[in-house]
Ligand binder design. Sequence first.
Ligand SMILES: NC(=O)N[C@@H](O)C(=O)O
Ligand code: NI
Length: 166
Amino acid sequence: MTQTLTIEPLSRAVFAPFGDVIEADPATMRLINSGTTERYHALGKAEASGDGAEVIFNLFRGQPRALPYAIDMMERHPYGSQSFQPLSGRPWLVVVAEDEGGKPGLPQVFLARGDQGINYRANIWHHPLMALGETSDFLVVDRSGPEHNLEEYFYPLSYIVSGVVL
Ligand SMILES: NC(=O)N[C@@H](O)C(=O)O
Ligand code: NI
């Protein structure tokens, strides 16, 4: 059994329950370096908990997901946040879900522009990286530490994502 999901444009407002959208929001901009640089300030915060936890920088080179795509699982990282910033300038998909008694609810799919990144707060249900169109690079800031920082849930049915126009 499957269910088809709708896709919404990503915005700070719709993503607020899940984390931050990292984009050049004029409301956050301050001029620095003698006016030669625009600083878009404090767009998100990295979280890292647990003994010996550290915030780390990574590069993810994601293969594109072929559409229609079946969302059959979600994951979350209890000990830290995880941000994704596209480096290839291409649109990509962000899939999150509210927590419902320790399991993810209905997946919510957002189409991110190539100049929009996101930061999942710790313990937010999300689908692993979903690049679109071509192999795409992302700067990923998340948490390293001794505790196991990955919880996965597999849905009893698949949710279909289709109809993205790039
Ligand atoms: N496993 C890993 O580092 N990546 C996932 O957490 C992801 O959200 O893509
Ligand atoms: Ni993740």
